[in-house]
Design a protein around this ligand. Structure first.
Ligand SMILES: NC(=O)c1ccc[n+]([C@@H]2O[C@H](COP(=O)([O-])OP(=O)(O)OC[C@H]3O[C@@H](n4cnc5c(N)ncnc54)[C@H](OP(=O)(O)O)[C@@H]3O)[C@@H](O)[C@H]2O)c1
Length: 463
């Protein structure tokens, strides 16, 4: 491994502090980054190197290096970290990153989407992204990638004018979550699932995501996007693609991403009648009153932005033509939970249907993405005793019991390490996003042009 300079653009922000720098430290403390690594935070806020180091040191954790060596590692990490103040659109500001040495470079865009393209252009014009002899440059871009097909294409065109597609790593942190990465292993390493992974055996696949909190002061960003753009079009659709894609010929990034694109192109664009939208109003949870979405001071008056959506998607290919896919996402619901539920078909001609208890329930395979990562298989089993009674029980693989919970990495650790190693399999290619936007753009335009009002639901509801 050569020299590496990793520049976090927007380093004063929430994501940089809570996720990116802690993940960088975790990788550094495990010796997974090159020996000659340097971290630079870039933003407009006024920090000295020292003040910036103090700020990020608050969120670093010793999970991989418990004990005394942690302090030493932290000192080493912080000594390699500096801060550069500048305006995002000012190419001169980035020239200060140039030091005449050829080194590998990663630019991590952790900034609001409205300034992605201007930042990229200024950075490109500065020359700071030139890798130099034998070195490489990679650019990590955070979602959201546009608001619809047209704005994505425009943004992409501007980014591609500065950075070749091979440099660009579009990050969807859901793809770095252990359980999401496990979907491929579950499907393709366990021979038993291969012959039953189709419409003939699977009745429905439900993908759901819920939060038990509201927007809490982030309405400025969220209101411009809404739950479909913020969660469904990226995180949930990516999970669906991994669950439903054809087996790739290899684990190469190109093969996996080709399979995902094929699957996304097989999904019919949504019609308004396939999508239900909601917005939370105030509600009482455990005796505490929580404000509604419209009550948040950062949300514009009379906002029509959905905070909940449920939809039926149709995957029109031979494997899935009779399976129902539903996707559901909501804020301010009863629980924080994200899971994939695969419901197998029941049979009315099962020999046990002749017993008093009726036919056995269909089997279910549940992939719990968060919290409490794990896999559950619901199976019908005999109740002990003389009579032939049966009951549904769960075979449970809870990750924190099966593995040392401390070593389950954070999504950002997995993904940043992949960027360093040049593995793009968990990053989103432009044609995947185009296919994803083609599914949602018509229905999003319909809701907006017709000012469709989302249905009210109380904070804390179970939907
Ligand atoms: N937070 C998360 O958990 C999360 C999760 C997934 C994706 N993302 C994405 O990651 C990116 C960064 O997220 P974040 O939560 O860190 O964002 P943020 O805190 O709102 O913004 C990051 C930094 O960008 C600068 N900035 C903010 N608004 C600006 C504006 N209007 N014009 C110019 N600069 C502005 C600020 O730095 P200075 O004022 O110091 O320049 C700010 O500290 C966003 O694209 C977001 O959508 C975030």
């Amino acid at each position: 491994m050569g020299n590496l300079k990793l520049v976090v653009v927007g380093a004063s922000g929430d994501l940089a502090r809570k996720k990116i720098f802690p993940a960088l430290f975790s990788l550094y403390s495990q010796g997974l980054l090159p020996n000659e690594v340097e971290f630079v935070g870039f933003a407009r806020s006024d920090y000295s190197d020292e003040a910036f180091r103090r700020r990020i040191s608050e969120t670093l954790t010793c999970r991989y290096v418990p004990g005394e060596s942690c302090a030493e590692k932290m000192d080493g990490f912080l000594a390699r970290t500096s801060y550069l103040r500048g305006e995002y659109g000012d190419s001169n500001a980035y020239k200060r990153l140039l030091d005449g040495r050829a080194c590998d470079k990663i630019f991590y865009f952790s900034i609001p989407p409205a300034i992605f393209a201007d930042t990229a252009e200024a950075l490109g014009a500065s020359g700071a992204t030139e890798p130099g002899d034998g070195a490489w440059t990679r650019v990590v871009v955070e979602k959201p990638f546009g608001r619809d097909r047209k704005s994505f294409d425009e943004l992409n065109e501007r980014l591609n004018a500065v950075f070749p597609e091979e440099w660009i790593y579009r990050i969807d942190h859901y793809l770095g979550k252990e359980m999401v990465r496990n979907i491929q292993v579950l499907r393709f390493a366990n021979q038993i699932f291969k012959p039953i992974w189709d419409s003939k055996h699977i009745d429905r696949i439900d993908i759901s995501w819920s939060e038990d909190i509201g927007v809490e002061g982030r309405g400025g960003y969220f209101d411009n996007y809404g739950i479909i753009r913020d969660v469904v079009q990226n995180h949930l659709l990516q999970m669906l693609a991994l669950v439903a894609m054809e087996p790739p010929p290899s684990l190469d990034a190109a093969d996996i991403r080709n399979r995902k694109v094929e699957l996304l192109k097989a999904i019919t664009p949504l019609n308004p009648e396939d999508v239900e939208i909601g917005q939370y109003v105030s509600g009482v949870v455990n005796g505490v009153e929580h404000p509604g979405y419209g009550d948040d001071p950062t949300v514009p008056d009379d906002s029509l932005t959905p905070t909940f959506a449920r939809m039926k998607l149709q995957v029109l290919n031979e494997r899935w033509e009779d399976t129902v896919f539903t996707v559901k996402a909501g804020k301010a619901l009863a629980r924080r939970e994200s899971q994939i539920r695969i419901v197998f078909r029941a049979s009315r001609s099962n020999v046990f249907c002749s017993l008093d208890g009726g036919c056995p329930m269909p089997n279910e395979l549940i992939i719990r993405v968060q919290p409490d990562e794990g896999i559950t298989l619901k199976i019908t089993t005999k109740v002990p005793g003389a009579s032939m009674r049966f009951h549904v029980k769960e075979l449970d693989l809870t990750y924190s019991d099966a593995f040392d919970a401390e070593v389950i990495p954070e999504a950002y650790e997995n993904l940043i390490l992949d960027v360093v190693n040049g593995d793009k399999s968990l990053f989103i290619r432009a044609d995947e996003l185009q296919a994803a936007w083609d599914i949602f753009t018509p229905v999003l335009s319909y809701f907006e042009e017709n000012r469709v009002r989302p249905k009210a639901y109380p904070f804390g509801a179970s939907l």
